[in-house]
Design a protein around this ligand. Sequence first.
Ligand SMILES: Cc1ncc(COP(=O)(O)O)c(C=O)c1O
Length: 395
Amino acid sequence: MIYDFDKVVNRKNTNSKKWDPETLDEMFGESEALPFWVADMDFEVAKSIKDAVLKAAEHGIYGYSKRPDSYFDAIINWTKKRFDWEIKKEWIVYTPGIVPAVNYIIQGFCKKGDSILIQEPVYYPFARSIKNNGCNVENNPLKFNGEYYEIDFDDFETKVKDPKVKIFILCSPHNPISRVWTKDELKRLGKICLENNVLIVADEIHNDIVYPEHKHTIFGSLSEELAMNSIICTAPSKTFNLAGMQASNIIIPNEKYRKIYESILEKNSVGSQNPLSIAAVEAAYKYGEEWLEQLIDYLQSNVKLIEDHLKETLPKAKLINPQATYLGWIDLREYDTNGQDLERTISIEGKLALDGGTWFGQCGDGFVRINYACSKTLLKEGLFKLSNIINKKYK
Ligand SMILES: Cc1ncc(COP(=O)(O)O)c(C=O)c1O
């Protein structure tokens, strides 16, 4: 089946947070800003997913639900086929989202005053979750060489050696810089953490959307030792546009760690998964591959569109080497701007809702993040708004 990603689907007045005027006003100071921010896609899901949800909805009773074996088989088969990692049913633990999972992990594995290591610029709810749980954010900033980002391993090792650091949150692939970490990089990070008794929490929510020249390695597949020292956070939410379904699958091979994690779920009474999401997730992993392959092709052509547009209309801007995700990290620092002002100008005067670079850490100053998982019609409109406002305000 051929999917039409060019189709423009109206999301206004559908309770979409991304498109909601009140939310846009709150977040960007402009209720009519055109939205390219929060990471969900403006594409309809695969037909097989919609059919499965409709079938489940048709039943008419939406009581407390249990995940059937076929649900776990779908995840196990997907993980084997796409990442060559064999996982067991009992390793897979449910949580409504990855951010809740990160919070539960902090609650289970840290005490107040402990430190957790992250690599900025990075998905900002990590720092928020760390602070909300009374822990300290330790940062191993990624090094930018003008073309792409790299890990500063010396700094990483120094930070991991601090006995207060209990967890390292790895973002793989990395949001917002859209890097796919190589096996060697992952192994090196893993070794340093193992030597210093630091637990690795690998947030792999974006691991299915990877461009053909790159290969994602699931952290737990690197070695038995690393599998035993890690918690792998996966979800169909980004891959299949199911974020609102609130279903993630946390993979914890280490039984001792799993028990700790499950005890926190128990304490918070997190258990039963919503029946529509059970149907959606199973269908996604069973039948969604063809849709995903076409999606990746479409996203790649959107990358090309952004690059061409920037070359023509904003020659000093640079889209940083997109290897994965549908989130583009644009460097606007060669324009004469200054931080917050740039972000506010884009949203209020440009009427464009992009994630501000500083949301991801101060090192994001002068950058913006664009969610390009939308039709080309919409993307072009957004890019014109961006070049108009930058060219009007800055040199
Ligand atoms: C790296 C990363 N982790 C987690 C999330 C959100 O996870 P959830 O909605 O499952 O809490 C996102 C969403 O953009 C993300 O980019």
